[in-house]
Design a protein around this ligand. Structure first.
Ligand SMILES: Cc1cc2nc3c(=O)[nH]c(=O)nc-3n(C[C@H](O)[C@H](O)[C@H](O)COP(=O)(O)OP(=O)(O)OC[C@H]3O[C@@H](n4cnc5c(N)ncnc54)[C@H](O)[C@@H]3O)c2cc1C
Length: 459
């Protein structure tokens, strides 16, 4: 039966109304776990797709296409008659009146609310840097980064001045958390294995990748031994790792690190995130990262029928020294927990306490190079890379995507080819390498053929 018909049936109208804001890892887990529950779910997202963010860097580095790591939210829940999906941006939440407002629809009332709007890039008060140093949070960011990186190589190929060419071939990544490490490693590989074959004036030795970190070590959320291992791998790949260094300026021609200047036309931001600005609309106290300090049952303090999960929430387990990390397993486990809490509330059962099951952490550095910490076991090199690969393919939401990603990775592994080296955009604008304003179409076609950051602000 069609969702609309079922949702408007008299029996369904008597059901409790659950509004879920965000179709990311957290929100989608809630909606799916409420499949057999006697509720009507309205899932609202401002984008029409669920995005597998762990593989965004692969899109940014031309390894995968956007369609391989994203799937329409509507299609994920198409078999769930009690769920309707609304493409809309939530702009206001009245917790006392249990009502939310969106830019596109009439106000919606709820019995239960689940807020899972995720996070946005944070420039620590330097929002003007966003234009010259894009962050990596969504598909638009990934495609923009891909465009800038590929254009930098194109500009270097036609440049005759060696000093300018050197600037074009210098890439600075700010923030050495998992995303920064992945980006730096992927740029180095792109230059070494892929582009050097296709360009004539660009040699891999000329490419300089600098990874800047304000804290004392890379991958600060991992054990020190794992960080050292990762740093060695990065050095072997020719990446300059600069720890204990703070960024004091970024513009279209370079980065200033205290008294030092690095000339570059491509700066990528992987140094920090903060909760979605929607959280501010709640009018409640938040932590420094703009997140909701939730109760032990993931509810918003003072509002037991409203929950906040994932990257928009800060959850400190009893007895723990710090909050849970902003990762997809936390968001998914909280999503399933909240679905259960809603079912229990409807049945008149008491609330439980959320307990996180930590299955481990991984970060990939490059081809056959990764680090992993799983239940006290530390892995590195090829074993960690294979583990990372299998886990990421397993958690991709759509079978078709799993298959496509597997085929693309196998192809890239054996052929050193990248399948999606497309440069798209209407114009080469002033903020991009090369700078000249001219019409641009696709310049390369598809050949056969993927927290961020430091805990220490970089400024
Ligand atoms: C580049 C990158 C790499 C990562 N790699 C890993 C990894 O390897 N392993 C790992 O565990 N975690 C990783 N993470 C973190 C992980 O992706 C997040 O912790 C997880 O996505 C959080 O889930 P969430 O549901 O809170 O938010 P999200 O998954 O971000 O979903 C939020 C959703 O809310 C929607 N939304 C936001 N505001 C509104 C609004 N006002 N109205 C309507 N809809 C709205 C958004 O469109 C989005 O769909 C990575 C993140 C990034 C950015």
């Amino acid at each position: 039966m069609l969702n609309g018909l079922v949702l408007s049936s008299p029996a369904m109208k008597l059901r409790k109304q659950v509004v879920v804001v965000g179709g990311g890892f957290g929100g989608l887990s809630v909606a799916r776990a409420l499949e057999a529950a006697p509720v009507r779910v309205t899932l609202i997202d401002k984008s029409n797709h669920h995005l597998f963010q762990p593989l965004l860097y692969q899109v940014a580095m031309a390894g995968l296409t956007p369609g391989e790591i994203a799937v329409p939210i509507r299609s994920v829940v198409r078999r769930q008659d009690n769920v309707r999906v609304l493409l809309a941006e939530v702009t206001g939440i009245d917790l006392a009146a249990r009502r939310i407002t969106t830019r596109e629809c009439a106000p919606l009332e709820y019995d239960f609310l689940v807020l899972a709007p995720g996070a946005v890039n944070s420039y620590f008060g330097h929002d003007d840097w966003a234009r010259v140093a894009p962050g990596l949070k969504d598909l638009d960011d990934a495609v923009e980064i891909r465009r800038r990186v590929l254009l930098a190589f194109e500009a270097a190929e036609r440049e005759t001045d060696p000093i300018v060419q050197r600037r074009m071939l210098t890439f600075v990544v700010i923030g050495a958390g998992p995303t920064g490490v992945e980006l730096a490693g992927a740029i180095a590989e792109l230059a070494t294995f892929v582009l050097s074959r296709d360009f004539r004036a660009v040699h891999p030795d000329q490419t300089r990748v600098v990874l800047v970190e304000a804290g004392p070590r890379v991958l600060s959320s991992f054990e020190p031994e794992t960080s050292e291992r990762a740093q060695r791998s990065l050095a072997e790949m020719g990446i300059e790792v600069r720890t204990n260094v703070r960024v004091s300026g970024i513009d279209s021609t370079g980065v200033t690190l205290g008294g030092e200047r690095i000339d570059t036309s491509t700066v990528l931001w992987a140094a920090g995130v903060r909760a979605s600005p929607l959280v501010a609309a709640l009018g409640i106290e938040t932590d420094r990262g703009g997140r909701v300090p939730v109760e032990a049952d993931c509810s918003v303090p003072g509002y037991p029928e409203a929950f906040c999960i994932g990257d928009a929430a800060v959850f400190i387990p009893a007895g723990a020294t710090g909050p849970l990390p902003g990762t997809s397993p936390v968001a998914m486990q909280q999503g399933r927990f909240v679905a259960r809490a809603i079912k229990r509330a409807i049945d008149g059962e008491p609330r439980e306490t959320f307990a996180y099951l930590d299955k481990g952490s991984m970060a990939t550095i490059g081809r056959k190079r990764a680090v992993a910490e799983i239940g006290g076991v530390r892995l590195g090199g090829f074993a960690a890379w294979m583990t990372w690969l299998v886990v990421h393919i397993f958690y991709l939401i759509d079978f078709r995507n799993r298959l496509l990603v597997l085929i693309d990775w196998a192809w890239s592994y054996f052929t050193y080819q990248r399948g999606s080296r497309l440069i798209t955009g209407h114009r080469l604008n002033a903020g991009t390498p090369g700078g000249a304003a001219r019409e641009l179409d696709v310049v390369e076609t598809r050949s056969p053929s993927r927290d961020t950051g430091s805990t220490a602000p970089p400024v």
